[in-house]
Design a protein around this ligand. Structure first.
Ligand code: SF4
Ligand code: SF4
Length: 370
């Protein structure tokens, strides 16, 4: 199996919509499969519940069942009772157009979702669906502290795989603690699936100083390639999920993951130096996962405002006029950052643990002056 997995969350979207453009996505998926990529990742909640249909139409309907593996996830953020589990699982099978899942995870375990999973007996349900042959392998995606991860894996040895956020920017980050979470997985002998290797695109466009360091290592490799290869080089990593948005990104990913060569220790050390530089520039370390937006009572497009704010801060005015126009368009269609009523709903959903309310206040004040 290739170390490159295809995350379907960030496929290209239809203009003005959060739904995916199937026609534009199919050539990307076909190219990946023609190069031996078999691991595809979807979830119940992605793209307002439509991502599983894209998997069905682009892959399940067009390829034989042995040409791919699919990972799907039980949306623990939506689960309060055991009775919800089986109907959602059955709905997912239908939406994906498959009889079984190769890999099936509890989605976003960590914090309140672990309590939900215990209360709703979701771990027990996982074991039964494996026995029934509906899932070949079971596991969880995880956002939380290494201490809680250690506790969950100690209490639930039935978990076979763990999906964690891992990239060179978060490796030693005090909040995300990628390395510490990675080390817990290794200690428990659990294969790792990496999510956010490029941190929602943050590591695909790096500051000039960082780019120069990368070019000095190899002038032909893209910034994204360094991020993905860093993740794939770590012990115990089975697959690195890349959420590709363009055909060019698929081509770039395949160019270095077709025949994957792990990074040297010196290269990894240089990337950790790059992380320090980037950390000093990124205003809001948001990955753009959008877990926070659905329940906002003020319809605030939180990650879009953070993206605008990061862009203006990072490029110090280079694209300012375009970005400010974009900001004004966002305000027209959504609530403004300053419309936030500080209910805190978004923060309970954020896997990065960001103080979203404070960041919105800061970004809103800055953008209104821009
Ligand atoms: S705290 Fe603000 S941004 Fe977050 S959900 Fe509530 S209103 Fe929306
Ligand atoms: S603020 Fe948090 S939940 Fe919202 S998109 Fe960013 S990282 Fe994801």
């Amino acid at each position: 199996m290739k170390k490159l997995g295809f995350g379907l969350l960030r496929l290209p979207k239809l203009a003005g919509s959060s739904h995916i453009d199937l026609e534009a996505s199919i050539p990307m998926i076909d190219l990946a499969i023609s190069h031996g990529v078999t691991y595809f990742d979807t979830a119940y909640t992605y793209n307002e519940g439509t991502n599983e249909f894209i998997f069905r139409d682009a892959i399940a309907k067009r390829y034989s069942r042995d040409a791919y593996t699919i990972t799907d996830k039980m949306p623990m953020m939506n689960i309060e009772r055991e009775e919800q589990l089986e109907p959602i699982l059955q709905e997912q099978l239908v939406k994906c157009g498959v009889d079984f899942f190769d890999y099936y995870w509890l989605h976003a375990i960590g914090g309140p979702n672990y309590e939900r999973a215990v209360k709703s007996r979701a771990f027990e349900h996982l074991v039964t669906i494996k026995k029934r042959g509906i899932a070949k392998h079971i596991g969880m995606s995880y956002h939380g502290t290494p201490e809680l991860l250690d506790k969950v894996l100690s209490e639930h040895p039935e978990i076979e795989f763990v999906q964690i956020q891992l990239n060179y920017l978060d490796w030693l980050d005090k909040t995300v603690q990628s390395k510490a979470c990675h080390d817990v997985c290794v200690k428990h002998n659990k294969p790792i699936i990496v999510m956010e290797p490029v941190k929602g695109g943050t590591l695909a466009t790096v500051p000039p100083e960082v780019e120069a360091k990368m070019r000095a290592m190899d002038p032909n490799m893209s910034p994204a390639s360094w991020a993905i290869r860093f993740a794939a080089s770590q012990e115990g990593v089975m697959t690195v999920l890349s959420g590709m948005t363009t055909l060019a990104q698929v081509e770039d990913n395949l160019s270095f993951m077709d025949e994957f060569v792990p990074l040297t220790e010196e290269e990894q050390a240089t990337l950790l130096e790059c992380a320090e530089i980037i950390r000093g520039i990124v205003a809001v370390p948001c990955t753009g996962c959008r877990y926070c937006v659905d329940d906002c009572p003020m319809n605030i497009c939180i990650p879009d405002y953070f993206s605008v704010y990061n862009t203006i801060k990072r490029f110090e005015g280079m694209y300012r006029a375009d970005v400010v126009n974009y900001y004004n368009n966002l305000k027209f269609a959504h609530g403004k950052p300053t419309d936030c009523i500080r209910c805190g709903m978004c923060e309970s959903r954020c896997p990065q643990g960001l103080p979203i309310r404070d960041y919105l206040e800061e970004a809103g004040a800055f953008l209104e002056r821009a």
